[in-house]
Structure formats: C-alpha cells, structure tokens
Design a protein around this ligand. Structure first.
Ligand code: GLN
Length: 675
C-alpha cells in the first residue's frame, strides 16, 4: 500500500507580476467606480476585503487568495494600515479572475446575498445540533466511536462560484466510507465509458440495505452505490494501468499507482488539498469483511467481474478507497465540483466530464441513501451519498454542494443529524429538485437577491397595472404576488391603474376586493392620497366614479402635477430601476454599489418618475444621498408631482440631507457654467 501524504493546506506565496501595469478599460472602470465610495479615484483595501468576505470568497484557498496576499503586501510594514488602491494596482492583482470579480461586484454570484444565506444555514445547524439520537456504526470496530467523538457535528458548503461557509467540526477528518462509491463509479466511467461499465453493474435502486447479499435479475450488482456495485466499479478502476504495467513494468508497481491515482482525483475534486488515510480503519474493515467477501464470491460465481479481476486485490483496493479521509470542508468542495458539472469551483480545473457527472448524479438521486433512497428523493429531492462514518455529501445541481458529518446513524445507516439537516434545508429553501421556481411558494430562493425579490414581487405588479396589462396581473397573482403589495412610497397597483386611466384593471381590482377583504380600495400612499385622488388629478373622472360607487374613499389631494416628460430620468432596465430605488429607500449601500457596477443609470425612474435620490432623501438615508450625489445623481429630478429630492428632504425634516442636496446643486451649476 502506498502511503498517502498528509500535507496541510499549502501556504501560497504571492507572485508579483513584473512589468508596468496595463491599462484599465471602461468596463473595469465601472466596476472600480462602484467600490470607490468617496469617488476620489482610490478604493480602500478594507472595502475590497469586506466585499469578498460578504460574498464568501475571502478564503485563502479560494480564487482571490493570492490576490489578497499580493494586495496586502505593503501592509506588512511595521504599522498595519488601510491601503488605498489605484485602479491599476487593484486590477493588476485581481485581473486573473476578472469575470468572477465582475460578478462579485455586480451581485451576480449564484447566491447573491451570501452572508444572509450562510447565517440562516448557521441557524439550521444550531437547531439540528440538539439532536443526539442514533448510534455509531459498530460492524467496523474502528468506527464505533465513544463520546465526545460520537457527538461531533460538522457542516460545510461551497457554491459553484466557490463561495464557502463552514460550521462546527468542519475540519475534523473522517473516512469517506460509502461516499467513495460515486467517485469510484465516476473513475470507472472515465476509464471505460458507460457502455462497458454497465455491462458489470446496473442502474436500479436495490430497495435493500447497502450490503445486502443479493444481485439483480441479470446477476449484476443493482447499482454502483451499494457495496456490491462499488466493489464491481473498483475492479474496473486502474485496469488500463495494469495492462500497461504488464508490458513495461514500472518499478513502483501498478497497485500503488492505482491508489495514488484515486487520491489524486480526490485531491482535484476537493480543490487541491490532499486527503489523508486511516490505516486503523482500513485494517479494521479488512479484518471484519466477511460480508464483502461473500458479495465478491457471489459476483464471481455469476461471472460479473471483468476478465482477469483478482477478488482479493479488488476487495483490498475497495477497503483502501473507503479509508481515505477528508473533512466536511473538503467534501463540500467535492460536492460542489459535482454540482458544477465536473469543474472544481475553487481551481477551475475540469476534473470529470459533464456526462460522467450527469450519470453519477442520476444514480445518487435514486440510489445514494441506501434503502432510504426513495424516501430521501421524496422528502429532500437532491442527489446525495451517505457513508457509515456519518458523512453525507449532498449536491444541489448548478448551485452548490454541501457535506454534513455526524457519526450517529439511524437504523438504515444514515447520519441522523445529516438527514435532519437536509430535511430542514429544503423546508426553508426551494432546493428540492422539483420545487417550483416561479415564486409561488413560501420557501426562500437564495439564488435571487433581496432587492430583486422585492422588485419582482411588488414593482412588476404595479407597473403592469400602470400599463393596463390585465393578463400579466393575473399571472403574477398566480405566482404569489399580491394586489395589496405597496412600494417604497406605499403606492399600490390600484393607485397606478387609476392614475393612468386603466379602467379594465380598476374594474378587476374592485371585483377582487369584493372577495378578498385584504384588498383595500382606499389605500393611502406616502402623502395620504388614495386611488380616487390619482384618478381625479389625472382627469379620469369615470374611474373616480367607479371607485366611489364601489365604496372607495378619497384621501389627500396633492398640487402640482407635472407633465410626463419632465425630469431628467434616464431610461434603464425597468426591473433594475426598481431594485435601485428599493435599495436607496432602505439604505442598502451594498446593493446600490452592485447595481452601479452593473451599469444601472443612477437617474433611473419608476412609474411615478421617482428616482433613487427621491427615496433616499425622503427616508433620510444620508450616506446614500451622499454616495448618489458623488456618483452623479441629478438633484433636480422631478417626479409625477413635480417634487424634487430637495423638496422630499425638506418635507420630511431631513435638514442635513437638504443641505447636502443644495450644495450638490451649486456644484452642478458651477460645473455647467464652467463647461
Ligand atoms: N466500507 C464500508 C463497507 O463496505 C462502506 C459501507 C458504507 O459506508 N455504507 O462496509
């Protein structure tokens, strides 16, 4: 047997690229600008670090590990200090991952609000930790742990963008046991192709326990993810190597190289950190392996093995592969590589072909959890694989992978806490593969940012009402939006339908309100106006009458309606405009920065021609007002009622903000005069 290296995470050295920094282009400038909070042409390293940390990308093993070391170099001086970076220095160090960086800054990673998501996962972890049910495996004596080891609980996750989070005993090493089965299957597929592999192993769930002494109707192991199937796949891994060795004998021997190859593949799947190996567990399993021997003899009797397979050798190789050790963090990266179609999210290396991964995930979703597989598919709906050491690796295809480690098992051999975590996870988030993604469920969708969810749920409905698109309104109602939803100014679909003279929509909402007591016909907006006020002010007397007859009340009238073309609003992507305005109204600078990095124009306006600056001023968000002004927001924008952001600040008594806006105006005028 070959010894496996147990090297710790390698500390990376920064490599400063020699030569003059190359020019920064317009696309990069836009990204830079979003980070440049004072608009002085420099960004603070601490802000860059905060953004990466919030995104879950600040780990030393991640893609930005080297960049951060390089950027931090000058700080290693006697006094650590916050470093200011010019665009050239900043991009010199980060450009090797420019596309990922762009998506970080634009908030377009697969889990955009990662900090919030990982906190919620932390809450689930704490809840599940309370559960001390189950027993450790005892048929392999070395796995029968005593307390406190038996009560260990680790959890880690990694997204397809390499965002990572870890909880509890996530760095505790455990033997992979049955979680090596999908890997053995993938390696067999890569070496021989699916056609050959499936001459020796089936695709059907066995419906029996993992080491059941049974073969399928065709006298083959049911699938690669139970013991018989994994022993069979092990007999296929490295066969080519053996053939080659026969012709030109390598002094190292082919068995050693075969195991090295398996460990290499695990290393690549896990993003570069080498697994360890447990000799005690290997020996313990080998000494108590009657059942696995029985299975192998049974398969040999039915002629299931490939030609020349040596039973003794195959079993020992299988036990070795079960005794490879990873921790939850590494295993979550393996799962993420599978979620990402075979490309490791941390290194960008293609480790497995997409077809291989697709086949493996299909079987994991039907056969990965022993005789609990059907129930797991029903309740959790995710490809997963468990092992008797207490590990479960779970894949959320195209999103993330995670791993739980907790040694106490249920009667079927699955980790009790692991299963409970999975069930809680899919109750909280729409990750079950048959969850509906239209939004019509109470589950959260971490793939969509907070701002986007608000904009979708609320502003789409209001905009559709303002345009008279009754079909869209009906569809939105079916997918969970509501006619009651009000925006940052408490404007509702009915306000806008009335303001724009959309009688059909108004009639529809009136009919709806007669059946649904939560839908009011007289909702009041920020200024106390109801839909009747909107109808009247915009000359839609018929609508005002219709509303009145249905029992609606008038609220406060506002003077000074502006003609539609007033205001310096730039056309932008409508949905994005709403996101920016929501973010401005709640003071969410992170989101504002992201939208600016996406190139959303600052002077974008909604169906009432309200702009981000209006809302920041109305809500007293001084930081946001300052940021928007510095980045070129127009302080003279007028909304539907001719109101400017300055009027908003004054009306709401935000004197400091009013002063800011006034000085912004003067600067503007001075600049214009100078030009
Ligand atoms: N090494 C173990 C065995 O073959 C793996 C089984 C498991 O994790 N379910 O018995």
């Amino acid at each position: 047997m070959t010894a496996v290296e147990t090297t710790q995470r390698s500390t990376r050295k920064s490599r400063r690229r020699p030569g003059k920094p190359s020019a920064v282009d317009a696309r990069e400038r836009r990204l830079f600008k979003s980070l440049d909070l004072d608009n002085d042409g420099l960004v603070h390293l601490s802000d860059v670090e905060a953004v990466l940390k919030e995104a879950g990308l600040a780990g030393p093993e991640g893609k930005f590990g080297e960049s951060l070391v390089e950027l931090n170099e000058p700080a290693a001086e006697p006094e650590p200090q916050d470093i200011s970076l010019s665009p050239e220095t900043f991009f010199q160090a980060t450009r090797r991952h420019i596309l990922l960086l762009e998506r970080v800054l634009q908030g377009r990673l697969v889990v955009p609000d990662f900090a919030e998501f990982s906190n919620r996962i932390g809450d689930l972890f704490d809840e599940v930790k309370e559960n001390r049910d189950g027993e450790t495996a005892d048929y392999i004596p070395q796995l029968d742990l005593a307390e406190p080891e038996a009560d260990r609980f680790g959890l880690a996750l990694c997204t397809i963008d390499g965002q990572q989070a870890a909880y509890g005993d996530s760095e505790t090493f455990f033997t992979v046991q049955s979680t090596c089965k999908p890997v053995q299957y993938c390696l067999a597929l890569e070496e021989h192709g699916a056609e050959v592999v499936h001459r020796h192993v089936g695709h059907e769930p066995s419906g029996a326990s993992f080491n059941e002494l049974a073969l399928s109707k065709t006298n083959l192991p049911h699938n690669p993810l139970i013991n018989a199937g994994a022993i069979m796949c092990s007999s296929l891994v490295g066969l080519t190597m053996r053939g080659a060795a026969a012709e030109s004998p390598d002094p190292r021997g082919w068995k050693g190289r075969r195991f090295d190859y398996v460990v290499d593949r695990w290393t690549a799947l896990a993003g570069g950190e080498r697994p360890r190996f447990s000799t005690p567990v290997y020996l313990s399993e080998r000494e108590t392996a009657d059942r696995n021997y029985a299975l192998a003899y049974f398969m040999r009797e039915s002629g299931a093995f490939p030609e020349g397979a040596d039973l003794e050798d195959v079993l020992e190789f299988y036990f070795q592969c079960c005794s490879v050790e990873l921790n939850a963090e590494m295993m979550s990266v393996v799962a993420a590589t599978l979620a990402n179609g075979g490309i490791c999210p941390l290194t960008g290396e293609r480790v497995l072909a997409t077809e291989t991964v697709q086949r493996c995930l299909s079987l994991m979703s039907t056969c990965g959890m022993y005789d609990y597989s059907g129930e797991f598919a029903f309740h959790v709906g995710l490809p997963a694989k468990s092992g008797v050491s207490g590990a479960i690796m779970v894949v959320i295809p195209n999103v993330m992978g995670f791993c739980t480690y907790s040694p106490r098992l249920d009667a079927l051999g699955n980790s009790v806490r692991g299963i409970e975590f999975c069930r809680r996870l899919v109750a909280a988030f729409n990750f079950h593969q048959f969850d509906n993604l239209t939004g019509a469920s109470a589950k959260a969708d971490p793939r969509i940012s907070r701002a986007e969810q608000q904009a979708r749920r609320v502003n789409e409905m209001i905009w559709a009402a303002s345009k008279g698109d009754l079909g869209a309104i009906q569809e939105l109602l079916l997918t969970g939006s509501s006619l009651v939803s009000a925006d940052y100014d408490l404007r509702t679909p009915l306000h806008l339908a009335a303001a724009e003279g959309r009688s059909e929509v108004v009639r529809f909402i009136i009919a709806h309100a007669s059946q649904d007591a939560t839908v009011s016909l007289s909702p009041r907006d920020r200024w106390g106006g109801t839909p009747i006020n909107d109808a009247r002010a915009n000359g839609h007397a018929d609508i005002a009458t219709m509303l009145k007859e249905a029992g609606a009340k008038a609220g406060r009238n506002r003077a000074g309606l502006a003609p539609a073309e007033t205001g310096g609003a730039e056309a932008g992507e409508a949905g994005k405009a709403a996101e920016l305005i929501w973010a401005a109204s709640t003071g969410d600078l992170t989101e504002i920065r992201r939208l600016i990095a996406q190139g959303v124009p600052l002077n974008t306006a909604d169906y009432d021609r309200r702009t981000p600056l209006h809302l920041a001023a109305a809500e007293g968000q001084a930081d946001v007002v300052a940021y928007l002004l510095r980045h070129g927001a127009d302080a003279d924008c007028r909304d539907r009622w001719s109101t400017t952001p300055l009027d908003e600040a004054r009306r709401n008594g935000h004197d400091g903000i009013a002063a800011l806006l006034e000085s912004g105006r003067e600067e503007d005028a001075a600049q214009k005069a100078a030009a």
